[in-house]
Design a binder for this molecule. Structure first.
Ligand SMILES: [Cu+2]
Length: 454
């Protein structure tokens, strides 16, 4: 596997010069760098072309390019990949250049880009550049604007980026299957004037969902609505990296949705404004404060805020979307006395556990036998115990002393003394309640008989 920084050092120093072009031949394909890691790889500053402030793809990476006579050339390879969703679970997927999502493509307004797409899947594909204004024939709709890219062939897409914004790419052929298998990636067009829409930290991720039976390794491709894995860039909590910033930073988070349902993305702490969509930037006068923004299917929302010190949860507000696959299809056992039942079932099913009669929180603290290669219903450890989350959940970690460009997990927040919720240890008087209503023989309920009227 190619180390991305290594590639850039090599590419920046050698491969992008004239010597490298003659080495590989001017008409040949640009290199197709490959990743297998699911770690967040903050991109280095662009080695050539117009300057821009790169995005940080959560648990992802950006695709290096080759400059060829003023045209930025990228090479995407569609291929089967294995993605770790979180420690303990790996998934057979289809992706690009070793990962699902594929690498983020970053360029600048006014750039001419050429994207080579090589198809190493077992069936044809075609790639659509979502939200980009381009010649119709470059739009990637199989049958309508181009034939599908046959197995083993490479197609070329070439267009000029007319405006800046947040976009993504995905197949437009056998979409139900190819999206269900994980084919997608981010595409960012930076403003030509880097002072416009400037932020200190710029994160991006895509919402996707999968249906993978506990113990299985391949998504079910015929599922239409009942998904059980809710992911950000094909990762689930606690496999999703934190979004790290410094106090006072202007932070942008770009969230695109390729699932089959909407996701109200909610952030704790500072309020934010939606400053952009996949259609462009929102004019300042049209923005308003929010703490939750709904990202509908096929939409993208870019939200911006001033970072305040602390550990702030950020998550989808649909509670079953912050839950692992084992949480689905559970019976409601609240208030059900199961002790006898558990004993009897235990004779038939070893390892059977009664659970849930007082709620499900105990699930986040107990070691429960799981089928191989699946994730619990809720998990994750914080400084105060089990976090009890899974799926679409992460933490915005803001510290006073983060250095620019440092995205490493700073650990748990050190709360100022006296600023953490704690047990009240004084006297707790019996709370006053309204007196219960006494049954009164004068006011007994009478069943209407239909023959009482006088
Ligand atoms: Cu959701």
């Amino acid at each position: 596997m190619q180390n991305r920084r290594g590639f850039f050092q090599a590419a920046g120093a050698v491969a992008l010069g004239a010597a490298a072009v003659s080495r590989v031949g001017a008409a040949s394909l640009p290199e197709a760098p490959v990743q297998s890691s699911a770690a967040t790889l903050p991109p280095p500053p662009p080695p050539n072309g117009r300057p821009f402030n790169p995005v940080v793809t959560l648990n992802g990476w950006s695709l290096p390019w080759r400059m060829n006579q003023g045209v930025k050339e990228f090479h995407l390879v569609c291929e089967p990949v294995v993605r770790e969703f979180a420690p303990g679970m790996k998934v057979n997927m289809w992706g690009f250049n070793g990962t699902s999502p594929g690498p983020t493509i970053e360029a600048v307004e006014g750039d001419r880009i050429r994207i080579f797409v090589t198809n190493k899947l077992p069936e044809p594909t075609a790639i659509h550049w979502h939200g980009i204004m381009l010649p119709s024939g470059m739009d990637g709709v199989s049958g309508l604007t181009q034939p599908g890219i046959p197995v083993g062939k490479t197609f070329v897409y070439e267009f000029t980026l007319l405006r800046s914004g947040s976009h993504f790419y995905h197949p437009h052929l056998d979409e139900q299957l190819q999206l269900a298998m994980g084919m997608h990636g981010c595409l960012v067009v930076h403003p030509k004037d880097p002072r416009l829409h400037k932020v200190d930290r710029d994160f991006m991720f895509m919402l996707t969902s999968y249906d993978i039976e506990p113990g299985a390794m391949t998504p079910k491709i015929s599922t239409m609505t009942e998904f059980n894995l809710w992911t950000w860039n094909s990762r689930v909590f606690p496999g999703i990296d934190p979004l790290v910033a410094r106090t006072g930073d202007r932070v942008r988070i770009r969230v695109g949705n390729l699932t089959m349902t909407n996701h109200p993305i909610h952030m704790h702490g500072p309020s934010f404004e939606v400053t952009g969509t996949d259609g462009g930037w929102v004019p300042k006068a049209a923005r308003w404060p929010e703490v939750t923004t709904d990202v509908a299917v096929g939409q993208l929302r870019a939200l911006e805020f001033e970072a305040a010190a602390g550990d702030w949860a950020i998550h989808c507000h649909k509670s079953h979307h912050t839950m692992g696959p084992m949480g689905h299809n559970l019976p409601t056992m609240l208030g059900v006395e199961q002790r006898d039942l558990a004993q009897r079932i235990g004779k038939l099913v070893p390892d059977y556990m009664a659970m849930g009669d007082k709620g499900m929180h105990e699930m986040s603290e107990m070691e429960m036998p799981l089928p191989e290669n699946t994730l619990p219903m809720m998990t994750g450890q914080g400084p105060f115990g089990a976090i009890g989350m899974g799926g679409m959940f992460s933490v915005v970690k803001v510290r006073d002393d983060m250095k620019p460009g440092d995205y490493r997990d700073p650990g748990n927040y050190k709360h100022p003394p006296g600023s953490v919720a704690h047990e009240f240890t004084g006297d707790v008087p019996v709370p006053l309640r309204a007196a219960p209503v006494q049954p009164d023989h004068k006011h007994q309920v009478r069943k209407p008989t239909g023959h009482e009227g006088h």
